[in-house]
Design a protein around this ligand. Structure first.
Ligand code: HEC
Length: 182
């Protein structure tokens, strides 16, 4: 076989091996599917890059100063009802659901996990559309545009909430961490 033919054969075989190896890796049960598994090679990279560009292009803009205390208070009620189950409440231990999620559900009212540096429109996009394959639901079918802005503003101002709003973020009569049947 002449060198050019050998080279071309090498390229063809090389191209065929990669998808075959990938198929075998997944088909033989090696792909990480449990929430406690480590991420697949490049999984986090591709998920983050794709999401960032899409959200950057689509997020609406709104000035945080346009939200009143009443908006934040409404946001706190929505948070209690629809978000605390995964994202937790201030100064409480992580809710059960958050302990077993991959990617993990950030505790959005705890200092280390707050999204106060993100533009409010970015959180609005995430609340509206959700984050595919992460467990973060999209709420566009259950909350109004106003409600989605209110809860996003609550997160954007999480480190400077007025006392009457913080008061609404205490654990309710339903303790999400309480053992069942006691
Ligand atoms: C069933 C669990 C669950 C519920 C309920 C839930 N989320 Fe999430 N959320 C997640 C998970 C998991 C992530 C992390 C996604 C990721 O990192 O890819 C997330 C991510 C987010 C983020 C992005 C955080 C960041 O650091 O970029 C925001 C903002 C958010 N959620 C807001 C909300 C709001 C507001 C609600 C309620 C209206 C809500 N979520 C309800 C599971 C949940």
């Amino acid at each position: 076989m002449n060198p050019t033919a050998r080279f071309l054969l090498g390229v063809v075989v090389g191209l065929a091996i990669l998808p075959a190896a990938l198929y075998l890796y997944v088909a033989t049960g090696h792909a990480p599917v449990a929430t406690a598994d480590v991420a697949m090679p490049m999984e986090t990279f591709f998920a983050k890059i794709g999401r960032k560009s899409r959200i950057k292009a689509e997020q609406p803009k709104r000035d945080l100063s346009t939200f009143s205390t009443a908006d934040l208070a409404a946001g706190a009620d929505i948070y209690q009802k629809d978000c605390a189950f995964c994202h937790g409440l201030p100064n409480q231990s992580k809710p059960d659901a958050a302990k077993g999620m991959f990617p993990h559900a950030p505790q959005l009212l705890d200092k280390e996990d707050m999204v106060t540096d993100d533009p409010v429109g970015e959180s609005f996009w995430k609340v509206k559309n959700g984050i595919r394959l992460s467990g973060m639901p999209g709420f566009k079918q259950s909350l109004s545009e106003t409600q989605m802005w209110q809860v996003s503003a609550l997160l954007a101002k999480a480190d400077q909430l007025p006392p009457e709003v913080s008061a609404k973020l205490q654990p309710k009569n339903v303790n999400i961490n309480a053992p069942v049947n006691q």
